[in-house]
Design a protein around this ligand. Structure first.
Ligand code: HSE
Length: 454
């Protein structure tokens, strides 16, 4: 029995996928039941690394409507025509495997509703973490757990840049330029360095972990452009490394403010607090040096999941690249081959959706506003070097119930004193109010950096 695969896109990941499909020996036996039947490319003239046994065409529409195709693999990337091709394939009752995080994060709603309506599956292991298996674990192996946090380093480009900034003491712009020269960063690095790629990925992970769809515009997103060598050096002195973290967390799991800030009106165990709101955010973060995510360096990705009763589990590996991402694509194909095989073998006229492969949620998660976030902050101030300034900063923070963990003043920069503050856990709204008051002080020149601390 063979199942016919129509592959859209023969770029890096498409080529890696073809290489696995054409060389099934010593891999899962179900691979031998997958036939690479048609391949859709943008140009027939481009030289290819693989000899394709199947029919190659530039007519992608013909593949997604071909009655003989069982599974469409979408690896063309971008929003259109990828979205339309996926929807057409689903409406023609083809299962879809995709690596396209941008399409899933933006159009997951209509894509999964269409898949459910036509009784087919959309598989997306390759959308997050490249070769790291994290989607199927969230759907299946971790199903016994009540997840309260998913956090990770899900963008290799920014992790590479931050790792080099930390190791070499260089500044963002110069290391980005070098990363582009070496091929570690795109010519247009916006989606990576501004955090959008990570935002797509955490929206997908949060949706699976918390059983509801996520509106992408509710994902708070800050990139790494504002992280400077000075902050990396201060972080290091204070026992932290700076990482771009993507975090989704159920606020019921946040630290109890009463340990640090007895006056706050947002104690998490306050019965007036609305139940179970979700934080979904991407931002550079000071991570304690002994935290499991602190040692994930270079282009690697890692996703840490905390749940009850499991505790912590961390998935680590290559977050991009032809082979790793193709490994994830083909794992989805194997799952679909298993599903198709069982259903072809059964006598039922219309196969039911597999409950562990399909999307079962239709509602949106309630995402909490950032002002209700409870976190620690790192802030760097440039001030006049005169007596009483640290006292005034302390008073502004104290007035807003912001408790300080450490205050460091190490020297002068252009005749201005550089003061670095790390807070205890505070409510983000309180912190910003204090900051506003501080910025209006005559002795305060500027606040060059403001980062959250894990
Ligand atoms: N641009 C992504 C990264 C890889 O740098 O991790 C694909 O998701």
């Amino acid at each position: 029995m063979t199942f016919k695969v129509g592959l859209l896109g023969l770029g890096t990941v498409g080529t890696g996928t073809v290489e696995i499909l054409l060389d099934p020996s010593q891999r899962h036996p179900l691979l031998q039941e997958l036939e690479l039947y048609r391949v859709g490319v943008r140009s027939l003239d481009k030289p290819r690394q693989v000899n394709l046994p199947s029919q190659v065409t530039t007519d992608l529409q013909a593949i997604v409507t071909d009655p003989a195709v069982d599974i469409v693999v979408e690896l063309i990337g971008g929003l259109e025509p990828a979205r339309s091709l996926i929807l057409t394939a689903l409406a023609h009752r083809k299962h879809v495997v995709t690596a396209n995080k941008a399409v899933i994060a933006r159009y997951g709603d209509e894509i999964f509703s269409t898949a459910n309506a036509f009784g087919v599956h959309v598989m997306l292991e390759a959308t997050v973490g490249g070769g790291i298996p994290v989607i199927q674990p969230l759907k299946q192996s971790l199903g016994a757990n009540r997840v309260h946090t998913v956090m990770g380093i899900v963008n290799g480009t920014t992790n590479y840049i931050l790792t080099r900034m930390q190791q070499e003491g260089g500044d963002f712009a110069e290391i980005l330029a070098d990363a582009q020269r070496l091929g570690y960063a795109e010519a247009d690095p916006t989606a990576d360095v501004d955090g959008w790629d990570a935002a797509d990925k955490i929206a997908i992970l949060a949706s699976l972990a918390f059983g509801g769809r996520i509106k992408l515009d509710q994902v708070h997103c800050e990139g790494i452009r504002q992280v400077g060598a000075t902050d990396i050096a201060y972080a290091q002195k204070l026992g932290f490394v700076i990482k771009l973290l993507a975090i989704a967390r159920n606020q019921q799991g946040v630290p109890n403010l009463s340990r640090t800030n007895t006056n706050s009106d947002l104690l998490v165990n306050d019965p007036t607090t609305p139940p179970a709101q979700l934080e979904v955010r991407v931002h550079p973060t000071l991570v304690p040096r002994d935290h499991p995510l602190a040692s994930i360096n270079g282009v690697y990705n890692a996703i840490l999941i905390e749940g009850d009763p499991l505790g912590q589990v961390m998935f680590f590996g290559p977050g991009a690249g032809a082979g790793p991402t193709a490994s994830a694509v083909v794992s989805d194909l194997i799952n679909l081959a298993a599903f198709l095989k069982l259903n072809v073998a059964s006598s039922s006229a219309k196969a039911a959706l597999h409950p562990l492969l399909s999307c079962s949620h239709e509602n949106y998660c309630a995402v909490a506003p950032m002002r209700s976030l409870v976190t620690r902050f790192y802030a760097r101030f440039l001030t006049e070097d005169q007596s009483g300034v640290i006292g005034k900063l302390g008073t502004c923070f104290g007035d807003r119930n912001v408790s300080l963990e450490s205050v460091v003043q190490t020297g002068l920069q252009d005749n201005l004193a550089e003061i670095v503050v790390v807070t205890h856990h505070v409510r983000e709204g309180d912190f910003h109010q204090a900051l506003q008051q501080i910025q209006s002080l005559e002795a305060v020149d500027s606040v060059p950096s403001l980062l959250r601390v894990l």
